[in-house]
Ligand binder design. Structure first.
Ligand SMILES: [Fe+2]
Length: 385
């Protein structure tokens, strides 16, 4: 991330900055890794520590299935019935100690506010549009957007009226960043990176709310959910600057890296967190060696589990996959194209597939609830029919 500023801030940090009524604005330094990570400085109308009530709600961690046989899994998220607001609609499907992954069908605007104190969150918007309102300002979203919300950010998900938003989400227990190998020693994205700073959108508009009242924030921390009641609006920030803020990147701005022969999955990498990466499979020209096989080879990604969320297009190496499908190819056993798909890919010039991949370096566990939308025949779909 790079430096941004929105709203009014004093010329020098940690100096007197007064409201119109003569009282001081309240300065908040919000940073990661103590004081050595990325940070921003925000100026509030009210003290951010002014809390009228604090209540324990309960654990938010999902219940995982018992250990069963090692197999490839397929979940059809279009079978999911659950919907609600940006919090209540979330259905966790897989997870481990580094991240939780799920989908959400968001049909309502949030009335309360959210804050994840355990790590950064990522939404991938499959369809729908709306606004993510945050203490740093608002970001409009549309289909194809990845939205990263940093740890500790107070926010609200506000789908456009009458519209449904379908999102894949990741709740990480770490920071989500652009890959280090795409950046130079100063943090700037390098020429070989498939996207650059111009493609990244920060908050566009900062609205400052000074009213008093009753405002509820649901805070995730240490695997538990807590309710904090404020007697002032949480979006009372008059200005901020720094390197920590929510941001968005649209998958259509990812410039695919192609080659004469099949390129390995790391060329699709978009983001990374602790023990996981996020990759974007976007429409692209196929390999141009005259004897190239565009479909991937069979591979054993030993030491990483591979999750794919299929967005749209005809996914080149799979059959029986629908929009909104999630496949999990676990470490320890090989995976690859379905019967006939390798041969069918030869001579093809391009693919229109769109998919998001999450590779985790520790095994993913399946949430019990995910079994309700599972295609149990998937493991045997490589057998001759
Ligand atoms: Fe793979």
């Amino acid at each position: 991330m790079y430096y941004r500023k929105l709203g009014e801030i004093p010329k020098k940090r940690h100096t007197i900055f007064r409201r119109e009524d003569g009282n001081l604005f309240r300065e908040q330094v919000m940073g990661t890794k103590g004081f050595s990570g990325t940070q921003s400085i925000l100026y509030h109308h009210h003290m951010p520590t002014e809390v009228a009530a604090s209540e324990y709600v309960g654990s938010y961690l999902p219940e995982y299935e018992e250990q069963s046989s090692l197999r490839h899994r397929h979940f059809l998220t279009d079978r999911m019935k659950k919907c609600g607001d940006g919090h209540t609609s979330r259905e966790y499907l897989l997870g481990n100690e580094d991240l939780l992954i799920g989908t959400a069908i968001i049909t309502e605007q949030m009335k309360c506010y959210m804050r994840n104190g355990d790590g950064d969150e990522m939404f991938y918007i499959h369809h729908g549009s709306g606004i993510i309102e945050t203490m740093f300002g608002s970001i409009r979203y549309k289909a194809g957007d990845y939205i990263i919300i940093p740890i500790g950010t107070v926010y609200k998900v506000m789908p456009d009226q009458g519209q449904t938003t379908k999102a894949l989400f990741v709740e990480s227990f770490s920071q989500i960043t652009t890959p280090k190998r795409y950046r130079n020693e100063y943090g700037q994205l390098l020429e070989h990176s498939p996207f650059c700073e111009r493609d990244i959108r920060g908050p566009e508009k900062l609205d400052t709310f000074t009213e008093k009242g009753h405002f509820e924030i649901l805070t995730k921390s240490r695997g538990h959910l807590h309710r904090h009641i404020l007697n002032h609006h949480p979006f009372d920030v008059v200005g901020w600057d720094g390197y920590l803020y929510p941001w968005a990147f649209n998958i259509s701005d990812f410039e695919p890296i192609t080659g004469r022969i099949h390129q390995p999955p790391p060329v699709h990498q978009t983001f990374e967190g602790q023990n996981f990466v996020v990759c974007s499979f976007v429409p692209r020209l196929y390999d141009y060696h005259r004897e190239a096989i565009p479909a991937p080879y069979y591979h054993s990604n030993v030491n990483s589990d591979e999750l794919l969320y299929y967005v749209e297009g005809n996914f080149m190496s799979r059959k029986g996959i629908k929009e909104g499908s999630i496949t999990l190819h676990p470490s320890g056993i090989p995976h690859g194209p379905h019967p006939g798909k390798t041969e069918a890919s030869i001579g093809k010039k391009e693919t229109l597939e769109l998919a998001v991949m999450i590779d985790t370096f520790k095994p993913l566990r399946i949430v019990k609830k995910a079994q309700e939308i599972e295609d149990e025949s998937y493991m045997y779909s490589w057998l001759p029919s």
